[in-house]
Design a protein around this ligand. Sequence first.
Ligand code: HEM
Length: 328
Amino acid sequence: MTFRQMAVGALALGLASFAGAVSRAEEPPRPDQLVDALNGVFGKHPGARAAHTKGICLTGNFTPSSDAAGLSKAPQFAKPVGVIGRFSLGGGNPQAPDNAQDNVRGLAIKFDLGAAGNSDLVMISAPVFFVKTPALFVEFLQTVGSGDKDKLTAFFAAHPESTRQNAWLMSHPVPASYGGVDYFGLHAFTFTNAAGESKVIKYKAIPEAGELGLTPDEAKPKGPDFYADELKERLAKGPIAFDLVAILGQKGDPTNDPTARWDDEDNRATAPLGKIAIDAIAPDATCAAFSFLPGNVPDGIAGPTDDPIFAARSPAYVVSLIRRSTPQ
Ligand code: HEM
């Protein structure tokens, strides 16, 4: 089965959730309302993603570590597989500046599982999200869109957890390269191995090049569009590699809130899952044909069942995919 066929399958799954969401009263915002909230702030850009609009499509491969299969029976942890990837900047602005400190970078990976289809992993360059529920996602974007600074101050006062992502970004340098920053999966996933043993984990991808950072003074003259050329130069010297690790959960760790880190998360034990190696830039059309869906995971990996942001994401991504695939 091709990537495209699998994307259509994933689309159908997303639509099923979408139909369920609109049929019940007292529900959180519908997937189309989440996308509308993004469009409200960033505008509509035909053919483009509603979020993480500016990005670069990639190809590469993933080689699992010898420990990975002991943690999860997912096919990508059994043998090396090809991947399609995409680096991106957060937000829905197609001209988002590469040299901004206050924005997340994204790394999305689609593992090609051959006959078993494909599986996605979507990460950002901060360990926390900026809201803990879809309703707050809409409220936050509408507040930003209103341009009313007092309202925004009041939002942050009422939701102090929403200040954490920006605080993280502003205490880290501007990434000098998409290949020089840590990426985090944020949500708590449950891994299950062939013996039926389960563990809760969070993903982290650590660049083999180390943290490549710029001070604001160094970042400024780079201008708004330096990542694409930097990537080409870096790839000319060899693949851009990341060590994918599982941050190991402990009993009682919350799984329902992507604005919260686990206690002492940076010093937790980790297990190596394998190496992501990006080896080439792919045509934009390759990534335009599908979405990277956070919920597209195979047997052996399960997303959190109590995290409302996780539940809201894939259906919203499908709405964005449908809108950007439909001629205007
Ligand atoms: C309710 C919460 C969220 C909503 C409504 C939302 C919405 C979206 C949408 C509509 C897209 C574009 C999808 C497409 O057209 O294919 C997208 C892409 C993306 N989102 Fe989210 N998102 C949410 C939470 C998150 C979180 C928690 C993360 C952290 C990992 C994240 C990371 C990304 C990344 C990296 C992409 C780009 C994927 C790619 O390159 O195709 N998002 N998001």
